[in-house]
Structure formats: C-alpha cells, structure tokens
Write a protein that binds this ligand. Structure first.
Ligand code: NAD
Ligand code: GKE
Length: 372
C-alpha cells in the first residue's frame, strides 16, 4: 500500500480547532456498549450530550452518562432529523450488532435494520444542519480473500476494495462508508469513518448469543470447571481493542482533518487458544480445550496501524492482558451479582457454553411505536 498517498488523500478535511469548546453532541446508539463509554467521556469533558437509542442503557441511569436520553427508532429518517436538531456533532454508533453467534445467522435482519439506520442517520443529520458526522465501520468490510492465513493477517486500509466483505454485516458497513464519503464530498458536513477491530471491555454484551469472543471467553473461564469450550480449532487469529482506546481513537480521528476510512484496532494479534489461556490464567485455571463446531468467520485478522500512526501520531495503548483482566473482573462482578440475587445459580449450565442467535425478522411497527 502507498501509505503516504493514502494519508495525503485523506488529509483534506477541516479539523476541530479547539476540542475543549463545549458543543451540542448526539450519540446515536449511545445506550450501547461503545456509545455509552463515548457519551460518558464527552459529558465529562463538558459537552451537552444527547443519547438516542431504542432501549435505555442496561447499566446506567441516563444522568450518569448523558445530558438527555431520547428513545427513538433510528431506522426512520424523521426520527433521526428530530434527534439531530440543534446538535453540532453526530456520532453514529447505532446498528444491529453482534459477534459471530449473531451476524452469521442474521444477514437479512442486519442488512435491513442497519442500512435503514445508516442512511436515515446521515440524511437526518444533514437535514438538521449538523457540522460533523462520525460513522462506526468495521474490520468486517475487508475482503475475505485477504483473511485466510491466520499468521499473516495484517489489514491495510486499501484491502477493502475490490470487495468481498464478511457477511451482510460487513457489506452494510462498506456501503455505509461510501455513503459517508459521498455526503462528506457533496455537502457542508465533515464525515469521519473508523473501522473498529473487535472492541471489548466493561459494560459490553457478555451473554445471550450476541457477545464477541473476549466476553464469551471471560464468561466461560469463570463458569467452566472441567473443559473450556470454543468454536473451531482455536488457531483462528484476531486482535482486540479495549473500549477506552476505542473512545480515544474516535475522538482523535473526529478532531483531525482525515476523511478516509481508518483502522481503529490493536495490532497485538493472538489466536483463540492463546486468548483462552490468557483468560483462564486470571484465576489460575488450566482447563482442557473442547473444540466444537460453530460460526468461525475469517481465519485471520489483524489491524495494520501504519496509517493511524501517520495520521494521528497515536495507536491503541492498552495491552490485551491488562484490558482483558478489566473485562474479566467486570463480568465476574455481573455473575456474582446474579448469584447473590437468585440465591443459587448453576453458572456452569448457564454460562460455560455459547449459543447462536436464531434467525430473526426485522422488528416492525411495534418496535417503532415503543420508541415514539
Ligand atoms: P451495541 O449493540 O452495544 O450498540 C448499538 C446500539 O444501537 C444499541 O444500544 C442498540 O439498542 C442501538 N440500536 C439498534 N437498533 C436501533 C434502532 N433501530 N434505533 C435506535 N438504536 C438502535 O454495539 P457496540 O459494540 O457498542 O457497537 C457500536 C457500533 O460500532 C455499531 O455500529 C457496530 O456495528 C460498530 N462496531 C462495533 C464493533 C465491536 O467490536 N464492538 C466492531 C466493529 C464495528
Ligand atoms: N463469539 C464467540 N463466542 N466466538 C467464539 C467462541 C464463542 O464462544 N468460541 C470461539 N469463538 C471464535 C469465533 O468462532 C471466531 O472465529 C472468533 O472467536 C472471533 O469471534 P467474534 O469475537 O464473535 O467475532 P469476529 O472477530 O469473528 O467478528 C467480529 O468482528 C468485529 C470487527 O472486528 C464481528 O462479529 C463484529 O462483532 C465486528 O464487526
């Protein structure tokens, strides 16, 4: 990849001159995992933060992480325009989202819901006169042909095109990127796009089937006593980025002049056997691995951070061992609270295995009515 060329082509936007000047900010999908961390950080920095989501945050009362919570179905452009009104900065984190146990079995529902959200949000933001718009893209945009070798899996930004993205989820994100690039070129609204690489941490989804492997492995390490179950042979590789680094990266990119898609992930790649060993080590476990069939996704994936380092002079800083320990402790506290609340809980039966979410349909009018 011609890194210098990509960097030069991307450095054409207007930076935020002084990020400390308070703004009116919308975090769409802000009751979710990454959105709630981002909203809390922006609130702490003195901004007015409106969160719009179809459900409230599971772990916080609104006043703990935002100035205002608006329940809205963001698949509808009118709802999006309404929540964007009066807002200077828009961060779009809303999507129908999950790990391999969700995205592989729910292509249609993701394609419908997330495409509607992405289009409605950017058009609603434009109609409302927002100044800047952030789009949360994904490493799933990358061409699957470049992710077949678990030992050589560094993805540079140019490898998304020609396209063969992973599942409907990746295709929607690639489309969303193109929509943002077009809106940024055609209208007076600055757009920024980050490709997240498997973000994990406290307050993320950790059960139910939508959780990604970092949370699933923490939960299994806590709950398993005889063997440790994993989908596939465990030689598939990934890198994982702690949510605090993700939030830091979003903001640095948002303030910068860089308009092209950029990797936001760690370059510390491990395979799933190594991840399982790390997580088990936190409480001195060394269970035998039980490899079972399951949705595996790509064989190898790592974030190449040459561009982000050149553009922002920064890349994610939190080591996998430190970040995973924090996530592990948080999940353990959730399980302990459940045990205490129920009096008695068979956590091995409940939590030592992962489920695949059955195929769903897009929610219809009832969903919209609930959010009106
Ligand atoms: P999340 O599921 O915790 O958050 C998404 C939020 O969007 C949820 O709170 C959900 O209720 C909301 N939402 C869904 N449909 C909605 C609708 N119709 N109207 C309003 N709100 C709706 O997921 P997350 O991990 O915080 O991800 C945030 C963003 O980052 C998503 O766009 C996701 O695709 C992207 N992303 C995340 C990762 C990751 O590893 N977590 C990786 C790549 C990309
Ligand atoms: N979720 C999960 N749960 N994955 C498991 C489990 C388990 O119990 N056991 C093994 N795995 C394996 C999966 O089979 C896959 O090979 C790997 O761990 C990572 O799974 P993942 O965390 O669910 O998701 P991926 O990294 O494959 O893909 C995710 O990529 C992100 C971007 O980097 C996507 O699902 C999106 O969440 C996201 O865009």
């Amino acid at each position: 990849m011609n890194v210098d060329g990509y960097v030069a082509r991307g450095m054409v936007g207007r930076p935020v001159e002084d990020p400390s000047v308070p703004q009116r900010v919308l975090v769409a999908g802000g009751a979710g995992f990454i959105g709630s961390h981002l909203a809390q950080r922006l609130l702490g920095e003195g901004h007015f933060v409106r969160v719009a989501d179809v459900v409230p945050n599971e772990y916080f009362a609104p006043e703990e992480y935002c100035s205002e919570f608006v329940e809205a179905d963001l698949r509808k452009v009118e709802a999006c325009r309404k929540v964007c009104e009066g807002m200077d900065w828009i961060f779009c984190l809303a999507a129908d989202m999950g790990g391999m146990g969700f995205i592989h079995s729910n292509n249609s529902v993701i394609l419908y819901n997330s495409t509607m959200i992405t289009l409605s949000m950017i058009e609603g933001a434009r109609q409302a006169g927002a100044k800047r718009f952030f789009f949360a893209s994904s490493a799933c945009v990358y061409n699957e042909a470049n992710q077949e070798d678990p030992n050589s899996a560094d993805l540079t930004e140019n490898l998304a095109w020609p396209a063969k993205p992973q599942d409907g989820y990746g295709l929607e994100k690639l489309y969303g990127e193109e929509v943002c690039l077009s809106y940024g070129r055609d209208f007076n609204m600055e757009t920024r796009i980050a490709r997240f690489h498997n973000i994990y941490g406290e307050r993320g989804t950790w059960k139910g089937g939508r959780e990604k492997v970092p949370a699933a492995f923490c939960r299994k390490a806590i709950a398993s006593t005889s063997t440790f179950e994993m989908w596939g042979d465990g030689l598939q590789s990934r890198s994982f980025c702690h949510v605090d680094d993700c939030v830091e990266g979003i903001l640095r990119l948002f303030y910068s002049p860089f308009v092209l898609p950029i990797n936001l992930g760690s370059s510390e790649m491990v395979n799933m056997r190594q991840l399982a060993q790390l997580v088990m080590s936190f409480e001195g476990k060394d269970l035998e691995l039980d490899h079972i069939p399951g949705p595996e996704g790509v064989r190898g994936r790592n974030s190449d951070n040459t561009v982000i380092k050149a553009v922002l002079g920064w890349e994610p800083q939190i080591s996998l061992a430190d970040g995973m320990r924090r996530a592990y402790n948080w999940i353990k506290a959730q399980i302990d609270a459940e045990i205490e609340a129920s009096g008695e809980l068979d956590i091995e039966t409940l939590y030592a295995t992962s489920r695949v979410v059955a195929q769903q349909e897009p929610e219809g009018d009832e969903f919209a009515a609930r959010a009106e």
